[in-house]
Design a protein. Structure first.
Lengths: 152, 106
């Protein structure tokens, strides 16, 4: 099971994103895995695509939905209370030493509930937080696709 | 203390004891007898949730005096990765280059 954060999903579905090719190769090599999303990550993805102010954004959003209906993506709907509980714990443990936005904590908090095999992101700060929380993290940061999780 | 068995239409027996109810599986009979009743169009109109239980690819016959109407839930198509890539290319290839991390920080 793989959990991609918003940065990865947007990169995967937008060809002109800086690291799209790497994200696409990483995804294409793992189509047999279950890729998990949840309502927050999908909302953040939609909102981020709309910020580009392109007329195709809504069709692209429909495409992401289709990847859930007929592709390897699967949406999980967690208990909001449990997500908040996990986020609070992440905040207490790491906020002092890793400066992260609250939205980043939501991704890590949710991931701690589902415990994916891999947490995939393009955001180095988020990767650091997820790694500190004990998750196996893949950071997409260059045009060379990573093959193994980055060591803590 | 005596137990009061009450049959239910779902093949589950309720065991009532001391005012508490507990659903337990009915022991499997040697031969299964399954009651099948024709659904009418009228029933489907009055209770549309009957149709929402259909899984992709499943169908159901609804009868009235004119005959049967077959309602089928469309099977989910499996899309290839190439199809996804083609749509992404068509929709976004002409966009200006961007960095998703900048967008998320806005």
């Amino acid at each position: 099971m793989i959990y991609p954060d918003t940065s990865f999903i947007v990169s995967l579905f937008a060809e002109r994103e800086r690291l799209h090719t790497t994200s696409d190769e990483f995804y294409s090599a793992r189509l047999n895995e279950v890729w998990v999303s949840w309502p927050w990550s999908l909302f953040e993805t939609r909102n981020t695509l709309r910020k580009l102010d392109r007329p195709e954004a809504e069709r692209l959003i429909a495409e992401i939905r289709r990847e859930h209906e007929a592709g390897p993506f699967q949406m999980e709907v967690p208990s909001w209370d449990k997500v908040m509980e996990a986020c609070e714990e992440v905040s207490i443990r790491f906020s002092g030493r890793i400066q992260c936005k609250s939205a980043d904590m939501l991704h890590v908090g949710f991931a701690l509930l589902i415990l994916p095999d891999l947490f995939v992101t393009l955001d180095a700060r988020q990767a650091r937080l997820a790694r500190a929380a004990g998750l196996d993290v893949v950071l997409i940061e260059s045009e060379d696709p990573p093959t193994q999780p980055v060591a803590a | 203390m005596g137990r009061n068995l009450v049959g239910s239409s779902l093949g589950i027996w309720r065991v009532r004891s001391s005012g508490l109810e507990m659903a337990v599986e009915r022991p499997q009979p040697a031969d299964e007898n399954v009651g099948v009743k024709r659904l009418s169009k009228r029933q489907a109109v009055r209770e549309p949730s009957i149709l929402t239980r259909l899984e992709p690819g499943e169908s159901i016959e609804l009868w009235d005096r004119h005959g049967a109407l077959i309602v089928q839930r469309k099977k989910k198509s499996i899309r290839t990765n190439e199809q996804r890539r083609a749509v992404v290319h068509k929709l976004t290839a002409h966009w200006r280059p961007f960095n998703v991390l900048d967008l998320l920080d806005r």
